[in-house]
Design a protein around this ligand. Structure first.
Ligand SMILES: Nc1ncnc2c1ncn2[C@@H]1O[C@H](COP(=O)(O)OP(=O)(O)OP(=O)(O)O)[C@@H](O)[C@H]1O
Length: 408
């Protein structure tokens, strides 16, 4: 047990605890201005709160004071009702998962040893640590048999980040601090890791404080976003929807960028829109049947699936004209999005493929349908109309965004 353990309530998805910062200040020696000047905020249990702001504004300092990697100069921090400054810092840190850019793995330890670090420190027995390590590797999509005995350098950047998340979660802490954890990976891997974090969080309900300077990432992941200015001054602290619809001032509006309307695509998951159906066939299926299924349709393409329903190739009527089997026919599939992806991810996939539609897969990679550029356009115009009505009716906006307040 750590000092921050909370009883798990069966059936509840929230295992996190509240974090409260009151008048927190950090002055580094030799600096004339405080790096963090009088920050007060409440981070509700079970939510992802994203601290976003320009480089040097004090995001990392603010976050690291929560696990006392940096000691506050003054102020109070309460975690799950307990005064963080009264808990022994080592004990405190064992109760708080921490994941950083480039994963921060110990290079000389195997993946299993890395993941089992905190459980080892808090005295779990070997069998429990080994079981938990495998469970965590599974959770982040790394097959334990393949990865547990490898060393960090034998993994890709994205895989190392996954191990970093597994390690942060291993002792089941109620609180997770994540400092630009996906900052060092390519955009496609980053989008996948973000999707996985969302999936994990919907099962785990931790309290997550997430630092980034990427506003799109903040909108995608955050239940709430704190937009920080110099010295960690909170310029706005609200839901992504509210910040996009009504930026508190010109600086926040400038930070959102000129494409606030497009950013609304980040607020909707692929799972929330209707997907387009498309003819499919297994590799050992009939060429004629697939041709017959495609012929009457507007989009003259079908998809070949493997035995586990995962899409492997696009096939056109042209491909099928001379094919005798569905083995090896068609074009490989480069880009897919998952039902957890946002419409913004779908737009990026469409642009990357220069295609009018992209494939959507479910949790196990199984084919779920297509998303098209028309879906995205229709969604944006529906949102615009909804907010035009909101503005006419004078209703307060909670769940949507308007184009009002976008920067010039
Ligand atoms: N150990 C330190 N000693 C002195 N000054 C520091 C120290 N760490 C950070 N600072 C200063 O405090 C301010 C806030 O730094 P911090 O790293 O918290 O910002 P940040 O918003 O996380 O920046 P970035 O996005 O670039 O990581 C900066 O001006 C930085 O130079």
């Amino acid at each position: 047990m750590t000092d921050l353990d909370t009883p798990h309530t069966n059936g509840s998805t929230v295992s996190g605890v509240d974090i409260v910062l009151e008048d927190v200040v950090k002055s580094y020696p030799g600096q004339d201005k405080a790096a963090v000047d009088n920050v007060s905020m409440r981070i509700p249990a079970g939510e992802i709160v994203v601290l976003v702001g320009p480089s040097g504004c004090g995001k990392t300092t603010t976050m690291r004071m929560i696990n006392r990697l940096i000691e506050p100069t003054s102020g109070k921090i309460t975690i799950g009702g307990k005064d963080a400054l009264s808990i022994d810092p080592d004990k405190l840190r064992r109760g708080i998962g921490y994941s950083i850019q480039q994963a921060g793995l110990f290079p000389h330890l195997t993946i299993a040893k890395n993941v089992g670090t905190v459980p080892g420190l808090i005295g779990w027995d070997k069998k429990k640590i080994a079981d938990r390590t495998d469970e965590m590797l599974d959770l982040v999509g790394l097959e334990p048999d393949l990865y547990r005995e490898r060393y960090p350098r034998q993994l890709s950047g994205g895989q190392q980040q996954r191990v970093g998340v597994a390690r942060a979660l291993a002792a089941d802490p109620p609180v997770l601090l994540m400092d630009e954890p996906f900052g060092a990976v390519d955009p496609i891997t980053r989008a996948l890791l973000q999707d996985e974090l969302m999936r994990l969080q919907s099962d785990l309900g931790k309290t997550i404080v997430f630092v980034t300077h990427d506003f799109n990432e903040a909108v995608k992941l955050g239940d709430r976003i704190a937009v920080l200015g110099n010295q960690s001054h909170i310029m706005q602290y609200d839901t992504p929807e509210a910040i996009l619809a009504h930026p508190a001032n010109d600086t926040v509006a400038g930070f959102i960028g000129a494409d606030a309307s497009l950013k609304q695509l980040t607020l909707t998951r692929v799972a929330e829109v209707d997907l387009l159906d498309c003819p499919t066939a297994y590799e050992d299926g009939s060429v004629d049947d697939l041709r017959t299924a495609i012929s009457p349709r507007k989009i003259k393409w079908g998809i070949v699936l493997d035995a586990r329903d995962r899409p492997i190739r696009w096939v056109s009527l042209h491909h099928l004209a001379s094919a005798t089997s569905l083995h090896d026919v068609g074009d490989p599939i480069d880009e897919v999005v998952s039902t957890q992806s946002t419409l913004q991810d779908a737009l990026e996939a469409l642009l990357a493929e220069s295609s009018a539609s992209t494939i959507v897969t479910g949790r196990r990679g199984e084919f779920r349908g297509l998303i098209t550029i028309d879906t995205l356009v229709a969604h944006l115009s529906a949102m615009r109309e909804e907010h035009a009505h909101d503005d006419e009716g004078g209703e307060p906006e909670q769940n949507g965004a308007s184009e009002g307040g976008t920067p010039s």
